[in-house]
Structures are given as structure tokens and as C-alpha cells.
Ligand binder design. Structure first.
Ligand code: TA6
Length: 298
């Protein structure tokens, strides 16, 4: 039972409060001395993250949909078991995890005063049309000096489980044309806009549509925002591919759930297991893998 009252009585505390979120999906707000974050059980989707005394770190489109079957535009979409288009062409991009209803597993406080929740999704919870293999996902969100989002993938079946995925994080910036995305210098990338391969020269500046999958990346990425006078630091583990995306002018106009001018205030930096970078995974029966992103500001 995923009702607000049932979950509040079982998992709620002064730091963990459930509420009727956007679209009527049950959501949960985490709050402590470090700041606030909120996620909806729909897609186990982190919708917001605001460190204490700071400007929100995650971005959410004012035109995002919150309807069953449609992805949320902003926050941290959990893309799994495929990142990018569905190879069969039968389903939408970026997998079914982000359009499925997850279940609460646990909530609690760490001795350091961090607040953590864990949600899960299993093959039995997924619409049969996707014909999911046996799997279990657990998404843990920990609000502390860093927001840590960890996706554990368990192969609960007897066959190998092949997948790709991403934590498709949308970051809030004052002016995307003024930021620098640093940390991917000299990395090879596939440019999905120009359909070329390249090597990153210097930091990334946003002056056009950018949709790049960077390969053999393991370090952190910094989004330097001179207008908000801050740097968003994005570290990761369990990934060797990083995606950077801004739709810019024309693509923004083509997306109904994305305001025509909203490209000015966002950039996606994604911890991925992207097949375009050879970073898709195969999990042996009984094995577990984790994809993790750690977000902080300085
Ligand atoms: O991560 C970048 C990307 O793959 C872009 O190609 C763009 O399609 C974006 O994801 C958004 O995808 P969505 O299916 O959420 O509209």
C-alpha cells in the first residue's frame, strides 16, 4: 500500500515526510540541517535538491508531465534497462524504470545526521508489455553534505541480464551560456547532434545544442556557474561514460514538456552505462552492480 498515510506511519519521521506529490503520485520529502530533497515513487524520481541556504541544484521543467506512462522532465530520471532509444522501436526512450511505480524499502538517519531512503522495483512490478527479465532495482537517496543517488541492479534470474542505463540528472544554472563544464578535457566522445566522433578540447561551453556521450570517464565533473557564483560537483562510480546534454533553441521548441526558453537554465550531466560508449553491462545470474552519482556544491 503506497498511500501517504500508510507510508508515513511505517517510514515517516521528522526528517522523512510523505505527501501527495505532482500527478497524485505519492512523494517523499527529506529534510535535515544539510538541506532538502524530494522524490516521487513514480520512477523513484528525485524531483528536487536544495542544499541549506543555496539555490536549487536540480532543475525541473515548468512544463513537465506527471502522468502515468510519461517521463518527468527534470530532476534525476532513472534510465534503465536501456539508455537511449528502445532497440525494438516499440517503447519510449530510456527504459521503463522511470515510468514505473516503485515501492518503499527503508528510511533512516545516519549518525552524521544524513537522511536516507531506499526504494525498489522488481520485474513483477513492471507492465507486462515490457516483458522484463527477472531483476530487482534498489534506488537509495542520501541527503547530506552531498546528495548521493545509488542505483543497485540485481540479476535475480538464471540468465545473464544485459542492460544500459543512466542517472539522467538535470542541473539548475543561472545562464547555460555562461557556465563551463569541466572534467571531461581530452576525453573521447560521440556527438549525437553532429554524428561525429571527437576529443574534448578544454572545458565544455554551451553555445548550441549539445548531446555528447563521453567515453572512459571515471572522474568528477564540475559545472562552474559564475552567475550563481557556485560550482556543482558531480562525482560518480559504476560508470565509465558521461553524457552532457542541452537541447538549445530548436530542440527545446520541439519538446512539449520543455519550455521554449528553458534551455537557458539547465544542463544535463549524466552518470551513464551508455552502449554508445561501450559501457553497457551484462550481469551474471545472482550478481549485483551499482551506478552512483554524488552531487555537491562549492
Ligand atoms: O541524455 C541525452 C538524451 O539521450 C538526449 O538525446 C535527449 O533525448 C534526452 O536524453 C532526453 O530524452 P527524453 O527521452 O527524456 O526526452
Amino acid at each position: 500500500m503506497n498511500t501517504v498515510n500508510a507510508l508515513q506511519s511505517r517510514f515517516g519521521s521528522e526528517n522523512v515526510n510523505f505527501y501527495a506529490g505532482p500527478g497524485g503520485f505519492t512523494a517523499v520529502k527529506l529534510a535535515n540541517s544539510y538541506g532538502e530533497a524530494a522524490l516521487t515513487l513514480y520512477g523513484a524520481h528525485v524531483m528536487s535538491y536544495t542544499p541549506a541556504g543555496a539555490v536549487p541544484v536540480l532543475w525541473m521543467s515548468e512544463k513537465s508531465m506527471f502522468t502515468a506512462g510519461d517521463p518527468i522532465r527534470g530532476g534525476i530520471p532513472v534510465c534503465w534497462p536501456w539508455f537511449g532509444p528502445d532497440v525494438t522501436g516499440k517503447f519510449g526512450g530510456h527504459g521503463y524504470a522511470r515510468v514505473s511505480l516503485w515501492n518503499m524499502v527503508s528510511a533512516g538517519q545516519t549518525p552524521a545526521g544524513e537522511t536516507s531512503v531506499t526504494l525498489c522495483l522488481e520485474d513483477k512490478d513492471v507492465d507486462a508489455k515490457f516483458a522484463p527479465q527477472s531483476f530487482k532495482l534498489e534506488l537509495s537517496v542520501t541527503l547530506g553534505a552531498t546528495l548521493t543517488v545509488a542505483l543497485k541492479i540485481y540479476n535475480t534470474g538464471t540468465e545473464e541480464l544485459a542492460y544500459s542505463g543512466a542517472l539522467h540528472s538535470y542541473f539548475n544554472v543561472a545562464d547555460s551560456a555562461a557556465i563551463k563544464v569541466c572534467g571531461l578535457e581530452d576525453c573521447e566522445y560521440s556527438d549525437k547532434v553532429l554524428n561525429v566522433e571527437g576529443i574534448q578540447s578544454g572545458s565544455i561551453v554551451i553555445d548550441r545544442e549539445i548531446d555528447r556521450v563521453y567515453r572512459r570517464t571515471s572522474g568528477s565533473v564540475n559545472v562552474e556557474d559564475p552567475v550563481f557564483n557556485r560550482t556543482i560537483r558531480i562525482a560518480k562510480s559504476g560508470s565509465t561514460s558521461t553524457v552532457v546534454w542541452n537541447p538549445w533553441i530548436e530542440k527545446s521548441k520541439k519538446m512539449p514538456d520543455f519550455g521554449d526558453e528553458e534551455y537557458h537554465t539547465m544542463v544535463c550531466v549524466e552518470a551513464a552505462n551508455a552502449s554508445a560508449a561501450g559501457d553497457d553491462r551484462v550481469l551474471a545470474p545472482g550478481a549485483m552492480a551499482e551506478l552512483r552519482q554524488m552531487i555537491s556544491i562549492a
